[in-house]
Write a protein that binds this ligand. Structure first.
Ligand code: OSB
Ligand code: MG
Length: 369
């Protein structure tokens, strides 16, 4: 197929409530959306980065620049036979995984559409619904937190992840655990702690947490290895895993027992599958992370999460947990009886992009031919 045209959109969609984590506060979902056109079909991909470089070094501005000036020119007009070729075409550009991922995911969507199968079928995913949980942002107040967790549990979410920070850590976890002795409960520090905090993580060993996500600095695989040897709760890496190479290092160093795999963070589906397969061989369990994506990125995540070695509940929640209105249809619902979300069954990512809503939330659109 030939990559005939690429559309690039810059969006922000308001969140229902502010999402606070140790890297800052988000009031709206900012992202870039890419649409790749070939033979009358369109494939969609999302770059879910933020306005600031606090979670990853990429921002909306850097990702727009890299897409416009380097990535899109590398692929526009090119003929490709397999979606894996995109990763190789983009390889001369170092880093910028989130920008690359948008193009890569759009190409995979297109190939699945050409074969008239869902992306899950195209990738060989084995699940038709995905166990999911909710990621609860930092709260100022324990009662507010307990009310929030109660509303999610009442909606049917069976796994809860609490964001933690140097100002909000052991006590909130203890209170939620006291109220819900059997809930799948975990913590995500977004790199906010150091090895001086070992005692705090040892105290968390009492709380039967499923895992602790990214307690230490984003680039500190050695520190995570040191910490894992001193605590029983499995460590999960998020920010530290940006490539197959990082994954090999984490395995060799025993820095984690679990990895939160985000397709955007590792630069697309080809890389995500390589990491998935390596982790399966090495006995590292995965789950699918989220970046509060729009319906486009969330649909991609649902298909990816259907692969065999995604074993813990995903950070994918229903549309109404994020937005009043999303840019795709149908709306994503939670199956409240088993805390799952169905993987779309239509071809490709299996959701329709509502053109009016896409334009309503776009500040900017550019077409490349
Ligand atoms: O650390 O997993 C994270 C959201 C934005 C940036 C980083 C993270 C998160 C989440 C939310 O935890 C997951 C979601 O519901 O999409
Ligand atoms: Mg995380």
């Amino acid at each position: 197929m030939k990559i005939e045209q690429i559309e690039l959109y810059n969006l922000s969609i308001p969140f229902i409530f502010p999402f606070k984590f140790s890297n800052g506060e988000l009031l709206q979902h900012t992202c870039l959306i890419v649409a790749v056109k070939s033979e009358g079909e369109k494939g969609w991909g999302e770059c879910p980065t933020f306005d600031n470089p606090y979670y990853t070094y990429e921002t909306i501005s850097t990702a727009s620049h890299i897409l416009k000036d380097f990535l899109i020119p590398k692929v526009i007009g090119k003929k490709i036979n397999r979606p894996q070729e995109i990763r190789d075409l983009l390889a001369p550009i170092r880093g910028h995984n989130m920008a690359k991922s948008a193009l890569d995911c759009a190409i995979y969507d297109l190939f699945a559409k050409f074969e008239n199968v869902s992306l899950r079928q195209y990738l060989g995913g084995v699940k038709d619904k995905i166990k999911v949980g909710v990621s609860v942002s930092l709260e100022g107040d324990i009662n507010q937190l307990l009310d929030k967790v109660e509303s999610y549990v009442n909606e049917g979410y069976q796994r809860v992840k609490l964001k933690i920070s140097p100002h909000w850590n052991l006590q909130p976890l203890q209170e939620v655990r006291k109220k819900y002795p059997d809930l799948l409960l975990m913590a995500d520090a977004n790199s906010a702690f150091t090895l001086d905090d070992v005692a705090l993580f040892q105290a968390m060993d009492e709380l039967n947490l499923t895992m602790i996500e990214q307690p230490l600095a984003y680039d500190d695989l050695l520190g995570h290895s040191t910490l894992q040897r001193q605590i029983n709760t499995p460590i999960c890496l998020d920010e530290s895993i940006n490539s197959l190479h990082d994954t090999k290092l984490a395995i060799a160093l025993k820095s984690a027992e679990v990895i939160n795999l985000k397709v955007s963070r590792v630069g697309g589906i080809t890389n995500a599958i390589e990491i998935h397969d390596l982790c399966e061989k090495a006995g590292i369990k995965l789950w699918c992370g989220g970046m509060l994506e729009s319906g486009i990125g969330r649909a991609t995540n649902l298909h990816l999460a259907s692969l065999r070695n995604f074993v813990y509940p995903a950070d994918i929640s229903a549309t109404n947990r994020y937005f009043l209105e999303d840019i795709t249809q149908p709306t994503v619902y939670l199956n409240s009886e088993d805390s799952t979300i169905n993987v779309p069954t239509n071809s490709g990512i299996g959701v329709e992009v509502n053109k009016n809503l896409l334009l309503k939330y776009s500040h900017y659109r550019q077409v490349f031919r």
